[in-house]
Design a protein around this ligand. Structure first.
Ligand code: ADP
Ligand code: MG
Length: 255
């Protein structure tokens, strides 16, 4: 138990650091992005201006046109990079806010309910069906509710993104020895062994810029590890994936 608390405290202070860094990065990103979009407007204005004036010869007109088009492309690619930084900062923030809380005993089923209600609007469009098989009463685990809710959220979001056309997400709770377990199963695209090997690496993503940052599972792994738990993955290409969170059930004298 001693070790659990120090790990949890460590997580909380990492969370605070991440929140601070995210905040500091967010401000400059904001003004750099707004300045760049002004530049883009200037370029568009230049372009329309050069269309109206007669330059000395056709060659100069073409050159100016080429330079302006190229500048616009460079600006677009800068914006793309900045968008990426911005989504990374957003992901960091989500997890860091959840880290400033005490570890408590709680029922993992509660996390499922709160994560689903937070996901609410995400499942509104497309035909998603959530199948719940939660055992009641369920054993308590020890951890920060918000953080474990964030882990759930990321797994649910991944499941949804793996099934863009919709499908069934099955959530089961069960007890395996001295562990309380939650399995989240989707019928999505699945993953090959290469992806499965790198899944928990920070910044590993197969999603397009702006959609994925590759932070979700790496942070989820750290959170579950901090409470002596584990995350298991089973997946088959074209069939779907199953993520299982296993957390130790503390004995009574431990809290
Ligand atoms: P992100 O969602 O930002 O890409 P994650 O750390 O959450 O980052 O996931 C890393 C990668 O693992 C994803 O880009 C995807 O390739 C794969 N992945 C995770 N969950 C699933 C899933 N349910 N089905 C298929 N692939 C998944
Ligand atoms: Mg994710």
């Amino acid at each position: 138990a001693q070790q659990q608390l120090t790990q949890a405290e460590k997580m909380a202070s990492i969370g605070q650091l991440a929140a601070g860094v995210a905040h500091e990065i967010n401000n400059p990103i904001g003004y750099v992005m707004s300045n760049i979009s002004s530049l883009k407007e200037y370029i568009d204005e230049f372009k329309s201006y050069f269309k109206t004036v007669e330059l000395e010869n056709k060659k100069t007109t073409d050159e100016v046109d080429f330079l302006l088009t190229d500048s616009a492309a460079i600006i677009n690619s800068c914006m793309g990079g900045l968008e990426r930084v911005r989504t990374i900062v957003k992901d960091l923030k989500t997890f860091s806010h959840s880290g400033q809380e005490q570890a408590v005993r709680f029922n993992l089923n509660q996390c499922v309910e709160s994560a689903l209600s937070l996901m609410g609007s995400e499942f509104k469009y497309g035909s998603y069906e959530i199948e719940l098989h939660l055992i009641e009463p369920f054993a308590d685990v020890l951890g920060t509710k918000n953080q474990i809710e964030q882990v759930m959220l990321n797994i649910l979001m991944n499941a949804k993104q793996a099934m863009p056309q919709g499908g069934v997400i099955r959530i089961r709770s069960y007890i395996d020895g001295d562990k309380a377990c939650l399995a989240i199963e989707d019928q999505g695209c699945g993953m090959d062994s290469k992806v499965q090997q790198r899944l928990f690496d920070p910044f590993f993503t197969t999603k397009p810029v702006g959609v994925g940052t590759g932070l979700g599972l790496s942070i989820s792994f750290k959170i579950i590890e901090a409470y002596q738990g584990e995350i298991q993955v089973k997946s088959e290409i074209g069939k779907g994936s199953c993520f299982t969170i296993k957390l130790p059930i503390p004995s009574h004298q431990e809290v």
